[in-house]
Design a binder for this molecule. Sequence first.
Ligand code: AFP
Length: 341
Amino acid sequence: MDHEADAYRTDLMTITRFVLNEQSKYPESRGDFTILLSNIVLGCKFVCSAVNKAGLAKLIGLAGETNIQGEEQKKLDVLSNDVFVKALVSSGRTSVLVSEEDEEATFVESSKRGKYCVVFDPLDGSSNIDCGVSIGTIFGIYTMNHSDEPTTEDVLKPGSEMVAAGYCMYGSSCMLVLSTGTGVHGFTLDPSLGEFILTHPDIKIPKNGNIYSVNEGNAQNWDGPTTKYVEKCKFPKDGSPAKSLRYVGSMVADVHRTLLYGGIFLYPADKKSPNGKLRVLYEVFPMSFLMEQAGGQAFTGKKRALDLVPEKIHERSPIFLGSYDDVEEIKALYAMEETKN
Ligand code: AFP
């Protein structure tokens, strides 16, 4: 990369400019998506700033404790949720919101409704906040069904029907990765400008990788195909080198690395959690959408992840996602298991 040239670049492709360019390809488009996205971007900037200050904030009072005015301080994940819900409602472009933080879906009041539904996890990996490890926001966007009143049916649809998905990672830099169904593009927040700038156009995941990412602490409860796959990663019998294990325990960070370097991320079912841990609507679907758009695959152990039809808004599913060839291998192991039974 030519860093010197980069430092003096003056023609900056901001995320808003990028989406406006995309939108201009559709003459019928009225800018609703651009407005929705700019409200999501606002939420991400807010959370980024709050996460950066989280360590310092401890000097003036821990989250969950009372501040100087005697008010209880909100935890970062609750605060992030409030910010996203308010930004999405005030966009005037949403009708149904499903957040990891809220048990029930939010139905936007009729005067503020729009054609989109947003499913999101405002601060995923929040158990990592206190040690400064990368965490993120994950989101997926559907359009409303053609009914007058919004219902949960507007979001209980296969992931393949999402019109866009993305995540924002709050790490050593703040990066927003987005797909509107025409490839995957990464934007890095320039803190001095307060703008997300296109830094990773058209991300393609390598066809195979040498990293696997899984919580091996659950290995004693895994099923046969997962156990065999991980065994193969560590002790390959075909002369190929063993894969490296990398696991942060923060989905955005683990998936981001998988997307850029290749390899596979697994959160399988196990005896204790027969449906795995991760949530279909706002973890499994958005990440699977991005993986497919980048040339990879996402599989549940039974089918293509994006073909799942969730019955409940907080439903869980096992997930294997990443490089095309690596996911192909685990699919073959599950197919073999099925023919045995
Ligand atoms: P937290 O939000 O409780 O930290 O959970 C994070 C998460 O939902 C996802 O981001 C990780 O990939 C996964 O859970 C990690 O789960 P394990 O701790 O069971 O490995």
